[in-house]
Ligand binder design. Structure first.
Ligand code: PLP
Length: 388
């Protein structure tokens, strides 16, 4: 509060900014050469797409089952989100569907490590390499997850994270991009600070650390010093919380398996899962009697916390309506290309209609409290005909 410097675009005051301190710590955590903190996860996606060369009219592959920001960020750089279906076991991008969706206009693939899974990175990296496309990892659900002993975010051309209030690592609103590519990092720095980058050489008190290069125009998506300071403290807690959640999730998955209930799976190469949401597939017999939203509501009433469906598939999601924004009405052909109803997402629809989930905070409870979830599922599924 008394530093006189509340963001990196204020003058240097004689101590390293929290923003730089967090960037170094998070790059290290993700085993990446560079980290560019930004104001939101959505900004991290937009900056990542543009830093990787995506621009007007380009097609970007986006999973059909994710938070709207994964697609709206693509619209934000005047590109076209191509919605692709997910794998029925992991709910992450289906590599075969990705391959089938690639055209001459495809410029990038974005993958989301969704809910508690890591996507099939081996197959997706292979496809990206064969087609010469950057893979952008949306890690908004997956802080600390690992694939083949390497943290997510470190596999693609860029990894982007959200630190919004619901996420595993949070400061209320925040985000970050990690990359090993110095050029991508430099472009990202320009894009998030109005065309300015941090100087390499030391500056004196009262001078600006940001240098106006004019190399690439940007806008302002800098992370404030307050947010960076909170993230530094939170980052120190992340691994401990992730292991507690994993212990609870594995215990719960075991109890649910005894009941014959399936939970979300992860790709074969996953070494550590990060549980942003715990996902349970409801049995067909129950779904034949009561729709998923009624069962979710009954479970919420039993448990006293929100049990919810997955995100709505993006081809049928009221939050993803490009035609409602006049800024996208520049040309009728573009509006037709971004119309979400032109995509078919049968697996995403089936997952949405059969899976319930709850948030990561529940998994920090002691194991005997976690058993309440088993009891609630037994009770609700045993009385499914009585739900109104
Ligand atoms: C939360 C989220 C984002 C966007 O992050 P914000 O910080 O809310 O802008 C992007 N992708 C996914 C998958 C998310 O869950």
């Amino acid at each position: 509060m008394t530093s006189g410097r509340w963001t990196i675009s204020c003058a240097y005051q004689g101590r390293q900014s929290y923003e730089r301190e967090f960037a170094a710590a998070f790059a290290d955590y993700c085993r990446s050469a560079h980290c560019v903190p930004v104001a939101t996860g959505s900004a991290a996606l937009a900056v990542g797409l543009e830093a990787c060369g995506v621009g007007a009219g380009d097609e970007v592959i986006v999973p059909g089952l994710t938070w709207v920001a994964s697609a709206s960020a693509v619209l934000g750089v005047n590109a076209v989100p191509v919605l692709v279906d997910v794998d029925p076991r992991t709910y992450c991008l289906d590599p075969a569907a990705v391959e089938a969706a690639i055209t001459e206009r495809t410029r990038a693939i974005t993958v989301v490590h969704a809910y508690s899974a890591v996507a099939d990175l081996d197959s997706l990296l292979d496809i990206a390499q064969r087609h010469g496309l950057p893979l952008i990892e949306d890690c908004a659900h997956a802080h600390g997850a690992r694939y083949g002993d390497w943290p997510v975010g470190a596999f693609g051309a860029a990894g982007v994270f959200s630190m919004q209030g619901s996420k595993l690592l949070t400061c209320g609103e925040g985000g970050a991009l990690v990359t090993d590519d110095a050029e991508v990092a430099n472009r990202a720095e320009h894009l998030r600070a109005d065309g300015r980058v941090l100087r390499q050489e030391p500056v004196g008190v009262g001078e600006m650390e940001l240098e106006e290069t004019g190399r690439l125009m940007g806008s302002n998506a800098c992370l404030s010093e307050f947010h960076a300071a909170v993230l530094l403290d939170q980052l120190a807690l992340l691994d401990g919380q992730n292991s507690r959640r994993t212990r609870a999730a594995e215990h719960l998955a075991g109890r649910l398996a005894e009941m014959g209930l399936a939970v979300q799976e992860t790709s074969a190469g996953t070494t550590d899962r990060a549980y942003y949401r715990f996902m349970v597939r409801l049995p067909d017999e129950a779904l034949a009697v009561a729709p998923v939203e009624l069962i979710a509501r009954a479970l919420s009433a039993e448990l006293g916390f929100a049990v919810m469906q997955t995100h709505r598939p993006l081809n049928d999601n009221p939050l993803h309506r490009p035609s409602s924004r006049r800024r996208f009405a520049t040309d009728a052909r573009y509006l037709a290309r971004v119309d979400p109803v032109r995509f078919d997402l049968p697996v995403a629809k089936r997952v949405h209609e059969s899976v319930v989930s709850f948030g990561h905070e529940v998994l920090l409870a002691p194991l005997d409290a976690v058993d309440d979830i088993v009891r609630a599922l037994q009770k609700v599924l045993g009385h499914v005909r009585e739900i109104r």
